[in-house]
Structure formats: C-alpha cells, structure tokens
Design a protein around this ligand. Structure first.
Ligand code: IVH
Length: 693
C-alpha cells in the first residue's frame, strides 16, 4: 500500500520521488520524442501532481534535476535538420563600462582609425528568448529554423507559422530571397498566465519565459504551439538577394515597414559615451518592459564596416552584448567536491543547499581553484552569496562572515586525485592542481570521451555526458573507437541497449543512426575532438589548414620530436603555436597508447582532408605571407584576416618557405631576415595591388 504524504518519512519521500521522476521522464520521452504516449493525459497529470505534492512537503527534493524544474520538451528529435545558408553565430559579452570601451578600441584598431574619426553605433535591447531564422522566397515564408549549432538548426516552420508577429508574406519591394533573424519570446504576463494554467492542469511549470517559449516552439504538435502566446522581434539579416540598406538602422526601418516588430527603444549615434548611457537608461527601464531582456546589444551601424570587421571564431567583431549584472542569492555550502577534468585539472565545486536564483534552482557552484578558495576563505558550512549570469556556471562570490558558525575549518585542497588516487601537482605559475594519473585516471578518460562526442567535436546526438558515464560504467565504451563498434556488439549482447532503463527500440536505433552519421568527419573537428591540451577549436583549424590531411599532420607531429629539425620549426611557424602548445602536440602523438587509440579509430571512420576556401583564382592562394611593421591603410589584423580569406597562410616568422613579406614603415628584424634569405618583400600598396588583381 502506498503511504499517504502525512506518514511519509523523508527517506520514503525520496524513494517515491525518484520512482515518480523516472516514470515521468519515461512518459515525457514517449510523448515528446516518439510522439507515442502510453498513458492518458489525466494519468500523466496525476503523476505530476503527486510529484509536486511531495516537493511541497519536502522542498529539498526540488533540485534542478527534478522533472518539475526541467525545460519543456527534451531535445526535439522529431524535427528535420536544416543547414543555414549564412551561419547564425553568437555574441561576445561585456560586463562593464571599461569592457565596453575596450570593445570600441578593438574596433578602431582593427579598422586603423584615429580616435577623432567617427564611427556610428546602434544599440538595442537584447531579448531573452530563442533565436530563429525566417526564410522568405519570392516574399513568402518558406522556412523557419532554430539556431542549433549555428550551422545547422531544426525546421520549426509549422510551429512558427502560428506566431502572429511573423508575417507570412512580404510586400512587393522586399527582395526575392530574404532571411530575417530574430528572437521568439513570451511576454511576462503571458508567461505567468500560462504557468497558472499548467499548474491547474497538473502540467509542467516553466522556470522562466525563455524556457516557456523554447518549450512551446519545440512541441511536435503545432496545435499546442498555436495555443501558446508567442512573439517575434527581428534584429538581423541572413542571406539576402539585394541590398536593403547601407545601415543597420536602415535595416530596422525596412523590417518595420514590412510588418516585423523590432526591439524598442533603440539608440543610434557616434558619441563615445552614447551607447553606454543608453545601457544605463535601459537598465532602469528593464523592470517595466513587458518582456525579459538580459542586456543591450551594441552594433557598428555601417554595414560596410561590419563586413570589413567580420568575425572572430563564432562571434562578430562588429557587435557585442552588454549583459546586465548577474542575479544573486545566499545559501549554505553543504560540501566541497573536487571534479577532475579532461586534462586532469582539479576543480573545486560547492554543493549547495538548493536555492532559486532568478527563477532557476541552483545546487552547485564553481569555486574555480585553490587560490580563489583561499582568497575568499570559503569553508564547508558557510553561508555564501552565489551569482548566476545567463548560462554561465553559477559562482560563489563571497562568504557572509557574520553567519559563520564556530568550529568551521579552513578548507585544505587535496594533494591527490579523488578518482584515481594519483599524486596531484601544481606547477609554478599555474593556478590549477592537476592529477598526474594521465592515462590511468578514469575521470580523465571519461571526460575525454565526453569531449570527443560533444557539439563542436563529433557531435553525436543522443550521446550526452550522462550516456557516456553510464556506458563507461558498464564497460560498453572505454575508448573512442568503441563508440563506432557499439552497434555491432549490441547485436549479440545479452543486455542490449534497448533493454536498458530509460531506453527503448526507437531510442537505441536513433543512437546508432546518429553514430553512423558521424563516420565521416572534417579534419579540424577531428583534431579538436582529440582533446589535446591547449588545442581548442581555433588551433585545430590552423593545424588542419597547415597540414591538410590527417596523415600529413600525424607524420609531422612525430617528426617534430626532433627539435632541431624542419618539422618542429614548421610547427612553430604557425601563428599562435608556441613552444608550449607544440610540446603538448608532440607529447600526445609520441604516446604509444594514443597511437593505438588513433589506429583503432581510423579503422572505423574517415577523416576528410581540409578543404581550402574556394579561392583558386586568388593570386595569394596557398602562399605563405608574413606581415611586419606598421601598416597605414588597414590594420595588420585586418590584412591578416583578408589574406587568410584569400587562401594564404599567415605566418609569424620568416623562413625559406615564406613567399612574401609585407613590410610597413618601421619594419625591423623580419625585414632584415627576408632580405638575407632573398624572400620577396612588398610594400603595403604593392600587397593591396596584388590581392586586388
Ligand atoms: S544581433 C551575429 N540583436 O543573443 C549575431 N542578437 O547571446 C547578431 N539576441 O545569437 C545578433 N537580442 O540570438 C542581436 N537585439 C539583438 C538580440 C540578439 C537577442 C540573441 C541572438 C544571439 C544571442 C547571443
């Protein structure tokens, strides 16, 4: 017999809560991902109601893992994927007046402009919703897609058609092809009403308007989306077949004329302080706005300058988001755990008494490293202020000293790895303690696998951190190659994946399909996936560009063990690859275990050669160029970006292999070396003439 709530002990409640959560998650999956519910809505509502009641009685159980706290529908596998014709990138952030000012300086520098020259900026609110790209062909809405990973999103056209703010047709003067990018959001009052309604029906409560909007858009059934009060603001363009305006502000006006809503109010001006003063004004106004904003976006107003400024990795140089200060709350530290990362770094994490910060329940916060713990003197049992800004991991800001109880002890950072027991060391000049267990440390191995399948690496859908952990535990996956043999082994397994808890026929099939889709991978992604220390996305790309194929890359890294040889010098000639990164690369390839991992992996997958951008006709394609001295017309940074765009390789040092040295006015040692080696030297003007050909 089930106990009633009144005679439940905490332990009973915990057990029942866990069982209910599992049950609800199973039905969520059946409903949202498989479109195949196995119980009636009423029976489902009953499960949720009981869970809610237990949490009211025992609030400790209401953690961010509880189904009552999770974002709407889980990743919507039911949606078709669509490639964005122009990538949908993200924005860098600034958090203070000083950082805003640095952002401006970077722009002036890149464009080689004097402070006295005017650059116009536009500023507008940053809407806290979910980004969406609307594609119009012949002035008719043909596609709406989520951002996804920026390059590929999900087709949500049917759902977006139910949003009133989104015009289905555009007037005659709109171009033949037009992509409008913007944000789908829910107003605060509508969000409150929706949650009241959901609660009455015992359905899931959304944590904030953004989650409510996301959950509504990701419904597989657009009839449900239709009942949700969603809105849309347009703020940028993707692909367009004709020029719309020369200015960002002009684009806003055109969009408004065509029936779109745009974020209000906005600012345009070239005053140094103008955009920041506007930020302060909006900060005051924030609470009165009917929808949530999480900051201000500053954009260079001139579209030609935007084009010149371009992008740094995933964010434009011509725009940034000035975020509002983080939300804070006070809670107690129950414990301090040490997490072991992919490269062995030990990160202290505070386990907190769960608390709601700006609508999200937080139970963990990072303590960064030993020095930070010491500086703030954080102890187990302390009351601490924590803060959460956007999607960043919550942080412990300070200890509330007045609330400290007697008898608490200073925290002593462990000298050994909590997982493999190996010695931990902290090298001079570093803030991090690192586990020296390397390949024997299970924590590192699991983290490496998580990195391997992550979004910017192999991007295997359905194989998140939890799945990797579970499969590791059960020895299904121990090394990267095991991922690709999983399906074959599963066929003869006595405990196949589909029989595991939380899995079924369909989800197992989906997983195998997602794995098989990734048997071909671009070289830069592959290099990044290896998780070599200091080799992030940017360095992986440079290595891919330099070596072209994995075989060439691997051979070069083995040859580079000889520090006197050419291979080592070639490696150092790559921009931003210094001796320390080189050591990590060489060390990785030298290690016999890694060689074995790579060999097995290559039997399973195909690594595509790096494709040079299409610029065969460019006179500098494939050439190695070094810029030195100060340039007059464009900044060195801009020239470098342009040269790379034309297929040239920009190097930091001059060697026999260098094709051109472009020398500015006060060029020194590099120019001298070029002359000694007989490398062709160009003036800035000669270089500009050369690439204009
Ligand atoms: S402009 C190249 N303007 O914020 C990207 N973005 O955190 C140009 N966002 O990905 C984006 N309000 O989804 C722009 N007024 C606004 C915005 C805005 C919200 C979103 C956008 C972006 C994200 C970055």
């Amino acid at each position: 017999m089930t106990k009633t709530l009144f005679d439940m002990s905490f332990e009973d409640a915990r057990v029942r809560h866990a069982a209910l959560s599992r049950e609800i998650e199973k039905h969520d999956e059946l409903y949202h991902q498989k479109d195949n519910p196995k119980i009636s809505d009423a029976a489902y509502d009953e499960l949720r109601r009981e869970l809610g009641q237990i949490e009211n009685q025992f609030p400790e159980l209401k953690t961010d893992q509880s189904p009552t706290q999770k974002v709407g529908a889980a990743p919507a596998r039911g949606f078709k994927k669509v490639k964005h014709s122009v990538p949908m990138l993200s924005l860098s952030n600034v958090f203070s007046e000083e950082e805003y000012s640095d952002f401006r300086v970077r722009i002036y520098r890149f464009l080689n402009k004097e402070e006295s020259e005017e650059i116009e900026f536009l500023a507008e609110p940053k809407i806290d919703g979910l980004s969406c790209s609307l594609r119009y062909e012949q002035r008719v809405l043909v596609m709406a897609a989520t951002r996804g990973d920026g390059y590929e999103g999900e087709d949500i056209t049917e759902n977006v058609r139910t949003i009133q703010d989104v015009p289905q047709k555009l007037p005659k003067e709109a171009p033949d092809t037009l992509e409008v990018r913007g944000e789908i959001y829910m107003r605060r009052d509508d969000f409150i009403k929706l949650n009241e309604e959901q609660e009455k029906q015992g359905k899931q409560i959304f944590a904030n308007p953004r989650n409510a909007a996301a959950g509504s858009v990701r419904q597989l059934n657009s009839e449900i989306t239709k009942t949700r009060p969603l809105h849309f603001f347009g703020y940028a363009l993707g692909e367009v077949s004709a020029e719309i305006s020369k200015k960002q502000s002009g684009v806003r006006e055109k969009l408004e004329g065509w029936g779109f809503q745009v974020p209000q109010p906005s600012y345009v001006g070239s005053d140094q302080d103008g955009p920041y003063l506007y930020y302060k004004e909006i900060e005051e106004l924030r609470a009165e706005l009917p929808y949530e904003i999480d900051g201000i976006v500053y954009k260079v107003n001139d579209l030609e300058l935007q084009e010149r400024l371009g992008f740094v990795s995933r964010a434009p140089r011509w725009a940034t988001a000035h975020k509002f200060p983080a939300e804070k709350a006070v809670t107690v530290i129950n414990d301090i755990d040490i997490q072991v990362g992919r490269t062995g770094v030990l990160t202290p994490v505070a386990r907190l008494e769960p608390i709601s910060v700006g609508g999200v329940v937080v139970s963990n916060a990072t303590l960064h490293n030993e020095d930070e713990i010491k500086r703030k003197d954080v102890r187990i049992g302390d009351h601490v202020a924590i803060q959460r800004a956007g999607d960043v991991i919550p942080q412990v800001v300070e200890v509330i000293q007045e609330k400290r109880k007697k008898g608490t002890k200073e925290y002593v950072f462990p000298q050994t790895c909590p997982v493999c027991g190996s010695l931990a060391i902290r090298e001079e000049g570093e803030v991090a303690w690192r586990c020296t267990g390397g390949l024997i440390c299970e924590a590192q191995a699991v983290e490496r696998l998580k990195h391997f399948v992550s979004r910017n690496a192999f991007d295997i859908e359905g194989m998140g951190a939890k799945v990797i952990e579970a499969f590791w535990q059960d020895k299904l996956i121990k090394a990267p190659a095991d991922i690709f043999t999983l399906e074959e082994r599963d066929k003869t397994s006595l405990t196949p994946i589909k029989a595991r808890e939380g899995w079924g026929d369909q989800s197992a099939r989906n997983l195998f399909a997602a794995i098989n889709e990734r048997r071909e991978i671009e070289l830069n992604r592959f290099i990044y996936a290896l998780g070599i220390r200091q080799v992030g996305e940017a360095n992986a790309k440079k290595l891919a560009l330099t070596y072209g194929s994995f075989e060439t890359f691997q051979e070069a890294m083995l040859a580079a063990q000889n520090k006197e040889g050419e291979a080592f010098q070639d490696l150092l000639d790559i921009e931003d690859i210094g001796p320390s990164v080189a050591d990590d690369l060489i060390g990785f390839f030298k290690e016999p275990h890694n060689q074995d991992v790579l060999k097995k992996l290559k039997e399973q997958i195909t690594i595509l050669n790096y494709e040079m951008p299409e610029n065969d006709g460019s006179p500098v394609s494939g050439k190695i160029v070094v810029f030195t001295g100060s340039l007059e017309q464009f900044s060195r940074a801009e020239e470098k970006v342009r040269a790379e765009g034309l297929g040239a390789k920009v190097s930091g040092s001059v060697s026999k292999k260098t094709d051109y040295v472009v020398a500015g006015s006060d060029a020194g040692s590099k120019l001298k070396k070029a002359k000694e080696l007989g490398v062709e030297v160009l003036s800035e003007q000669e270089w500009i003439d050369l690439i204009a050909r």
